[in-house]
Each structure stands twice: as C-alpha cells, then as structure tokens.
Design a protein around this ligand. Structure first.
Ligand code: AMP
Length: 152
C-alpha cells in the first residue's frame, strides 16, 4: 500500500473475509450467547434470511436483558426482544474515518456492511484498530526506507 492511501471498508473485508455470523429473530438468547462464545465475537447480525439486516444483538444487549430480570429466564427470551433495530450500516466504499465517526457517535463497536441491500461483511472496532495499526506500520517503514535507503 502507498503512503497516504486511505484504507476503506472494502480493504478490510477483503483481508478478513465477508463471513457474518447471523441469527434469526425467533432464536433464544441462550442460542445467541452460545454463538458469540463459539465464534469468539461480540455481536451477531439478526436476519431472517441471512442477507437482510433486521437487527443487531451484542453481548451488551444480553447483559442488559439479564440485569432487567436478575437473570431469571434470560436464556429463553427471544433475540427480537433484546436486539437493537434501526441498525447503522455502511457500504464497502465507506472510509475508515466514516466508520469511526459512526461508531463514536452511536457508541457501538460493530457496523454491518451492506451492498445493494445484502449483508456482505461486518467491521468491529477491533478491525478498525488493526487496520490503523497496519497503515501506521506501512507508513513508518516507507519513511524509514526513504530516509535511510533501506528496504524491507
Ligand atoms: P456494541 O458496542 O457493538 O457491543 O453494541 C452496543 C449497543 O449498540 C447494543 O445495544 C447493540 O445492539 C447496539 N449496536 C451495535 N452495533 C450497532 C449498529 N451498527 N447500529 C445500531 N446499534 C448497534
């Protein structure tokens, strides 16, 4: 990558892949928690068909649901009861700066990526931080090479 060339969402999806873990709205929170644990992730996209975004359910929603009933019956509550609707999404053409803006303003750490109405990926705050670190590393190496003539 050239110095100064800004990474966009498509670059991140290319690197990490477009697999998105989804769950149906009628599934239980027990099933959702098992999915989060199995995939070592913090949120699942809620979708009836695996393509359309109907909602998002993060570990925070499960904690909130647990807190509201002291944990009684939390596992059998439906995903649709605890999920957030009105999901903020972005397209593959969005820049990383735009994603950071969306996450900071909305105070969430996950943004599903949608292209032509279909789910094509998800970017977490961890992906954004990794992308920034990679960019900085590339820039540092290019500058080092420019100053010293040493190539990596
Ligand atoms: P998170 O920080 O992503 O774990 O999520 C914190 C809260 O924001 C939870 O209630 C999520 O359901 C909600 N949330 C997460 N991502 C989004 C998003 N892209 N759009 C709207 N709400 C979201």
């Amino acid at each position: 990558m050239e110095v100064g060339m800004s990474t966009n969402v498509a670059h991140i999806i290319d690197r990490k892949g477009g697999e998105v873990v989804t769950i149906g709205p009628a599934a239980t929170l027990a099933k959702a928690a098992a999915l989060l644990a199995e995939h070592n992730i913090g949120a699942v996209v809620v979708s009836r068909d695996g393509t359309t975004v109907d909602g998002i359910l993060s570990e925070r929603d499960i904690v909130r649901q647990f807190a509201s009933t002291d944990g009684v019956g939390t596992g059998s509550v439906s995903v649709s009861t605890a999920m957030t609707t009105g999901v903020h999404t972005a397209t593959p053409a969005a820049t990383i700066d735009e994603l950071v803006q969306i996450m900071t303003t909305g105070r969430f750490r996950h943004v599903p990526i949608v292209d032509g109405g279909a789910l094509v990926g998800i970017v977490s705050i961890g992906d954004v931080v990794k992308s920034r670190m990679d960019e900085l590393q590339t820039e540092a190496e290019s500058l080092q090479e420019y100053v010293t003539g040493t190539s990596y």
